[in-house]
Design a protein around this ligand. Structure first.
Ligand code: GLN
Length: 545
């Protein structure tokens, strides 16, 4: 390993969904505020090569990096907490690792030896961590191991971690994020599952150095001492992690238990500086935000309850929050099911009860007509509207049909034989679809966008060109550009290199902006996205509904 890089493995215990990603990101943030260079690595044990082919209802949103990697949503948390751009170096899946090993074998790179799961796969994992270290030269690498202690799926990754520790004991530590349920009316906190999780790790040769004790309430000293004793770690290495009102409070909370100091002590290091003021101010501003702003998000990825719903649109929600807080507002987000407006158009008038409406990204035909109806309502009734990717394409379709009179105008994604293909597939994408090359083949990652002066978007960005991230196969069809602009559609952003429309707007409207990219992938709590700020500002002016 590169000399000096320290590896902090963040593993999960007891159950999933208790915040390993946020924990890893928070520790990263704390160490960054101590003056260290941080890298992050997400390990996903599934066999998909990347997250691009995963259903957002089951797995949450697909986060796209500048270099076009379709990644797990935790990379978004890393970017938001650390204010650093992630790349393909910051993620690995079983699919990716196994594919590399098999390709090497096919290229005779193992020179006749038999290729083994428990040695060659962990070696490839370690090689990838080395590559990250070589590329980024961090002081610390936070490695989040997907899954839970005791799973079979993540065994090869834990084996890699064990081998790394063996070869470099002073540079590796293990953090277990565990859950302590509180049972019954007496509120008894149960420590036994955590004890089992520590045992599950030790059974694969890993000794836990620190426990993040996730629980509904803070841990008291007797409880810390109990966990310390049964899990064989020092009480000061049991970090209390109660439920919080905002995930952004977590670094501040961890520091109440001096987590940063303890980690540095373990590695025999000292802080280079103490600079957590910006983060503390952020938390204060979240607590102080009080003027409500009501935002409706019209989507379809929410059949299985609140949890998956917020996960499917995670970056959109976070971006709305970031922009609202910086404006002193408290966002109230309501989920609107697009299909409801198809079943019962009378419901459209409820849209008037929101300060702003977002139609986020999506794929396929379900719910599309409902979304188009909502957009029409926003256009005609001057309700702030922000269309993200598919939401921009729907806005173009709505305008073509209802303002330009192009009956049946559509995207060829939904209606291949539409008389007016206002949104159409690019030739290179048509080839991908024909050859069934669907994984990792969309227009992905960062592209330049030139902003037209005098537009709402220019007013927001105050600069041009900008760089924004993409994830889509279909585009605005330039054959309709003249007709639509003559009817009043404003082209506020283009990629001139490929002659692609990137932003559309309407005049004489409080805010009607559709973007072909995903601005939410670049919003950070300490640096909210300018378009989201403009949207929330316009929504805020609707106030008091
Ligand atoms: N389905 C649309 C396309 O592929 C939009 C994708 C998205 O919203 N991310 O072009």
């Amino acid at each position: 390993m590169t000399k000096g890089a320290k590896y902090i493995f963040v593993c999960g215990g007891v159950m999933s969904g208790i915040g390993k990603g946020i924990t890893a990101a928070s520790i990263g943030r704390i160490l960054k505020d101590y003056g260290f260079a941080i890298s992050m690595m997400k390990i996903d044990p599934y066999f998909n090569v990347d997250a691009g082919t995963l259903n957002p209802i089951v797995h949450g949103e697909v986060f796209v990096t500048n270099d076009g990697t379709e990644a797990d949503q935790d990379l978004g948390n890393y970017e938001r907490f650390l204010e650093q751009d992630m790349t393909r170096n910051n993620i690995m899946t079983s699919g990716l690792v196994y594919r590399t090993v098999i390709e090497k074998e096919r290229n005779l790179e193992y020179a006749g030896k038999d290729v083994q799961m428990m040695s060659d796969i962990p070696d490839e994992v370690i090689r990838r961590m080395q590559a990250l270290t070589d590329a980024e030269h961090p002081d610390f690498v936070l490695v989040e191991v997907g899954g839970t202690a005791g799973d079979n799926e993540n065994l090869v990754f834990l084996e890699a971690a064990r081998v790394l520790k063996l070869s470099n004991p002073a540079n590796v530590m293990f953090v277990l994020v565990s859950y302590l349920p509180v049972l019954g009316s007496v509120g008894e906190m149960k420590t036994k599952p955590t004890q089992h999780a520590v045992r599950a790790l030790s059974s694969v040769g890993i000794n836990t150095d620190m426990i993040i004790a996730r629980a509904p309430v803070p841990l008291d000293q007797p409880r810390k001492e109990k966990i310390s004793r049964i899990c064989s770690i020092r009480p000061e290495d049991v970090i209390s992690a109660p439920d919080v009102f905002s995930i952004y409070e977590i670094p501040v909370n961890f520091e109440r238990d001096l987590i940063g100091k303890r980690i540095l002590e373990k590695f025999g290091m000292e802080a280079k500086k103490h600079d957590s003021l910006a983060w503390q101010n952020l938390v204060a501003s979240i607590k102080a935000a009080e003027n409500p702003v009501k935002i409706g998000i019209v989507g379809k990825y929410f059949v299985s309850g609140d949890f998956s719903l917020t996960d499917s649109y995670l970056s959109v929600i976070e971006s709305v929050k970031h922009a609202s807080w910086v404006l002193g507002m408290k966002p109230e987000i309501t989920w609107l099911d697009a299909e409801e407006y198809e079943k019962d158009p009378a419901k459209l008038k409820d849209i008037g009860g929101y300060d702003g409406i977002i139609v986020p990204g999506g794929f396929g035909g379900r719910g599309v007509e409902g979304k188009i109806q909502v957009i029409r309502y926003c256009r005609e009734n001057k309700i702030p509207y922000f269309g993200l990717c598919y939401g921009m394409q729907h806005a173009v379709i709505e305008f073509a049909r209802n303002v330009c009179g192009l009956a049946g105008a559509h995207t060829t994604e939904v209606e291949a034989n539409t008389p007016h293909k206002v949104i159409d597939v690019m030739p290179e994408q048509a080839a991908n679809i024909a050859e069934k090359k669907m994984g990792g083949s969309m227009r992905l990652g960062a592209y330049a966008c030139e902003i037209t002066p005098g537009t709402v978007s220019y007013d927001a960005y105050k600069t041009s060109p900008v760089s924004e991230r993409h994830r889509h196969r279909y585009e605005f069809n330039n054959n309709y550009r003249a007709q639509l602009t003559q009817a009043g559609l404003v082209i506020a952003g283009v990629n001139s290199e490929r002659n692609l429309v990137e932003i559309v707007e309407l005049k004489d409207h409080p805010f009607f902006v559709g973007v072909q990219f995903h601005p939410e992938l670049k919003s950070r709590p300490l640096n909210p996205h300018p378009l989201y700020i403009s949207f929330i500002k316009a929504a805020g002016k609707q106030g008091g509904k």
